[in-house]
Design a protein around this ligand. Structure first.
Ligand SMILES: NC(=O)c1ccc[n+]([C@@H]2O[C@H](COP(=O)([O-])OP(=O)(O)OC[C@H]3O[C@@H](n4cnc5c(N)ncnc54)[C@H](OP(=O)(O)O)[C@@H]3O)[C@@H](O)[C@H]2O)c1
Length: 221
């Protein structure tokens, strides 16, 4: 039975993907930092972590030290205030956004990489908005920049941390999804996004790093 660890699964895409993988016969360990009634109902093994908190990440890595996973996904992320731009954002809000979306995922990945089985993969839930080459507007500029920073950090992670290990690195775009973050006008529902993401996770094998959307299409860096 394949196994996955998903960080940030209390709601939205993380919750949906937990359900989807369990439905496909995976054994899933899923983390939350707040209320987790819906997550508990999926049958996942639960763990607690706030990815922005180093002590919390260290405790998770210690608790799971004897576990090995076919896939580890760092899904947690925030959008910040939609009204914030580089012109008006304050330092605290900027720090929270970049810490949660770029710095914390890399710190988490460095702690959790030893738990990924050879032949498996480690995933980062980034966004097509983090594509620098594909960018043609200033829409959501700070959130987009935080995901571009995440993409940049993962490039170094793939080369230096993963190195020659047979572990694939997946930078995933879930589509524009109807969640608390994506809003009701988004393109696709959670079920469509997570079915596609699960296909990508199940079929992408090492070696190498890919930047893929939920349909498996490659996104330019
Ligand atoms: N929805 C979209 O259209 C879309 C598009 C592109 C990329 N994404 C990315 O996909 C991921 C999931 O998005 P979503 O739409 O499902 O968002 P969401 O509905 O807002 O859910 C975000 C999840 O991240 C968790 N989280 C946030 N900060 C955390 C922290 N410090 N520690 C632990 N967990 C934390 C939340 O936990 P709590 O419940 O405790 O807050 C929640 O489970 C994010 O990385 C997002 O940037 C989403």
């Amino acid at each position: 039975m394949p196994s996955a660890l998903i960080l940030g699964a209390s709601r939205g895409i993380g919750l949906g993907l937990t359900r989807e993988l369990i439905g496909r016969g995976w054994q899933v360990t899923a983390t939350h930092r707040s209320e987790a009634r819906d997550l508990a109902a999926t049958g996942a093994r639960l763990a607690v972590v706030d990815i922005a908190d180093d002590e919390s990440l260290a405790a998770l890595a210690t608790d799971l030290a004897d576990d090995r996973f076919d896939h580890v996904l760092i899904n947690a992320g925030i959008i910040g205030s939609r009204a914030d731009t580089a012109t008006n954002v304050n330092r605290d809000a900027m720090t929270a956004l970049f810490w949660t979306n770029a710095i914390a995922p890399i710190r988490a990945a460095r702690r959790l990489l030893p738990l990924v089985k050879d032949g498996g993969s480690i995933g980062f839930m980034t966004s097509i908005l983090g594509s620098v080459g594909g960018r043609s507007s200033s829409w959501a500029e700070l959130y987009s920049a935080s995901k571009a920073a995440l993409n940049s950090l993962t490039r170094g992670f793939a080369v230096q941390d993963v190195g020659q290990r047979p572990v694939a690195v997946l930078n995933l775009h879930p589509g524009w999804v109807k969640t608390d973050m994506g809003g009701p006008d988004a393109d696709i529902d959670v079920a469509t996004s997570v079915a596609g993401l699960a296909n990508v996770i199940e079929t992408t094998r090492p070696p190498g790093q890919r930047y893929l959307d939920y349909t498996g299409a490659t996104i330019p860096w």
